[in-house]
Write a protein that binds this ligand. Structure first.
Ligand code: ADP
Length: 554
């Protein structure tokens, strides 16, 4: 065997395809992958046959290898079509007739090629470097078969790539398609069509190019999921460079050159191996990350659905609870108002206790309803012109008794300038204000609570400060989340829901405001604030019209 560029290229192709085909055969678990591996073995047969054909010097070897070339072609194309046909389907049972038709020509042509003159008649040994096959009468049939089967294979491939919903599969098919197209097209042109017209100039090119098919196919199997153009490009390019360096080495014409080119080729090989290894590592890592991200996405999706289902359940349950409670409260009011006769003072006290409990329950249900409205995006804000100080006054009045019971002093610092009417959802802002002041009273065992309202031209700031339990730095960031209660208070006040501040934040934000809390730590009191935008254009209201601020709330 002479050391020519063609021989070296074919040998390198042989080495690459032999190794990859074996790996593929070992790795394949799916039926379609097995066909791909079989097609790659066909490529190995093709390359080996070409090496023999171009180098052998006796007639028997020449004719035998020429015939093997065409059997190899049929093996490749048959398995390629089987691959495209079974890919994703992974069985041949549901399309038996098609399965038989795909394999039939190979069965017929193989013995015809090998044992008769009908396809390959003879080989003309023109000279050492140029050999020409003489074809038999059935060659055109064989050529037509190869062309038609290639088209069928691509038809399946393209159809599956278009229909694939999974992006990974789409990519996989695209790369197999692109990887095979050069091998198949050039194989058809240089080894089937041109030889039919007696041209054998690029006879050797088909088997060299088929290496690309094998490389792409082995990727398809080895990396079922991550096909990365960059990775493939890196490896192909570096392999090609290595091949060039080996050729340079082989063609060296002095000992010095042999040495130099050998060292260059070897160093490149080491570098190449390191490079490819790191690229594979990166692919592996990325694959893992992608898998994890996908899992996370799915879990997140499920969580969101569960959360929504819970909110809806909450809403339905709350509505069902509210209706009978309204009835209960109505009847108790009627009892208290004497509609059913007079009660003793003790009985009245008890009835009032029942009424308060029913009232508390209603408020709690409203809290749940609000949460479910927030979570399902149905929190309606109905704005109307409101005098904010009226709300403060009402809140103070509602909570005065509660504060007095604990001996807490509530003071109110009004804004220095009068507040204009503001566009607010009166009930909801009332709830927010109520919640903050109520908390301040609840979480302050003794001392004072100070309410302050300040304004700038475009902003109102409401603050409530207390001398109570305070909040640890750890809890402070979480208070406005659902069901969050500071650890210290859960021991003192077991009744809270941890939802009030969550709702308050949503309501304030829906008004375009901001809510936050400051505290120097446990036992050092807290300061809750929220802002609301003041829109221009609404009339100013004199702050002493109904300003409760100057009164003390004791
Ligand atoms: P609840 O009061 O029903 O527990 P909230 O959402 O209104 O629910 O409050 C959440 C938590 O914030 C409370 O459990 C408490 O730990 C803390 N908190 C609220 N206001 C104060 C305050 N003025 N002082 C200390 N802690 C407070």
């Amino acid at each position: 065997m002479e050391l020519t560029v063609i021989n070296v290229l074919l040998t390198v192709s042989f080495l690459i395809t032999a190794v990859l085909s074996t790996l593929m055969a070992i790795r394949s678990t799916l039926l379609s992958s097995k066909f791909l591996a079989a097609a790659s073995f066909g490529a190995v047969v093709w390359i080996v046959s070409m090496i023999i054909y171009l180098n052998v010097n006796n007639l028997f070897g020449l004719i035998f290898s020429a015939r093997m070339l065409y059997i190899a072609g049929a093996i490749i194309i048959t398995n390629f079509v089987y691959f495209t046909y079974t890919f994703l389907r992974e069985t041949l049972k549901d399309g038996k007739l098609k399965a038989i038709i795909i394999g039939f020509p190979l069965l017929i042509f193989s013995p015809l090629i090998l044992f008769s003159d009908t396809v390959i008649k003879d080989v003309n040994f023109v000279n050492h470097a140029y050999r020409a096959v003489q074809f038999g009468g059935l060659y055109f049939l064989y050529a037509a078969y190869m062309i038609i089967w290639s088209i069928v294979g691509y038809y399946y491939l393209i159809r599956k790539a278009i229909n694939a919903r999974d992006k990974t599969i789409k990519r996989q098919l695209t790369y197999v398609g692109l990887g095979t197209i050069s091998a198949v097209t050039f194989g058809l042109i240089f080894d089937i069509i041109l030889p039919g017209f007696g041209r054998f100039d690029f006879y050797w090119l088909g088997p060299v190019l088929v290496t690309f098919f094998v490389i792409f196919a082995s990727y398809a199997i080895a990396r079922h999921h991550l096909f990365n153009v960059k990775v493939i490009a890196t490896e192909l390019f570096s392999t090609l460079l290595f091949v060039v360096l080996v050729i340079r080495f082989v063609l060296s014409d002095s000992t010095n050159q042999y040495l130099l080119n050998g060292i260059i080729a070897l160093s490149f090989l080491v570098f190449d191996i390191l490079l490819i290894r790191s690229v594979w590592k990166e692919v592996g890592t990325r694959e893992k990350v992608e898998k994890l991200a996908e899992q996370l996405r799915l879990t997140n999706e499920k969580l969101k659905q569960a959360d929504l289902a819970k909110s809806e359940f909450l809403s339905i349950a709350a509505h069902q609870l509210r209706t009978p409670l309204t009835g209960i409260k109505g009847y108790i009011s009627m009892f208290l108002e004497g509609d059913y006769g007079k009660f003793t003072p003790e009985q009245t006290t008890e009835l009032e206790g029942i009424f308060r409990s029913a009232d508390r329950l209603t408020r709690l249900i409203d809290v749940f309803l609000n949460v479910s409205r927030i979570e399902t995006g149905r929190l309606d804000i109905k704005k109307e012109p409101v005098q904010f100080m009226e709300i403060v006054s009402a809140v103070r009045k509602d909570l005065a008794q509660q504060a007095a019971k604990k001996g807490l002093e509530i003071t109110i610092q009004p804004p220095s300038e009068p507040l204009p009417l503001m566009m607010l959802d009166r009930d909801k802002i009332h709830d927010v204000t109520m919640n903050l002041v109520d908390n301040a009273i609840k979480y302050t065992p003794k001392g004072w609570v100070n309410i302050r309202v300040a304004r700038s031209p475009s902003l109102l700031t409401f603050s409530v400060q207390d001398s109570g339990l305070g909040i640890s730095a750890n809890d402070i960031d979480k208070l406005f989340q659902k069901f969050t209660r500071a650890e210290a208070v859960t021991r003192i006040h077991t009744g809270g829901s941890g939802l009030g501040l969550f709702i308050a934040k949503k309501i304030v934000e829906a008004h375009g405001g901001r809510i936050w809390v400051e505290s120097e730590g446990v036992g050092k009191g807290s300061l809750f604030n929220f802002t609301l935008p003041i829109e221009s254009g609404l009339p100013e209201v004199s702050s002493d019209v109904k300003n409760p601020a100057l009164e003390s709330a004791k």
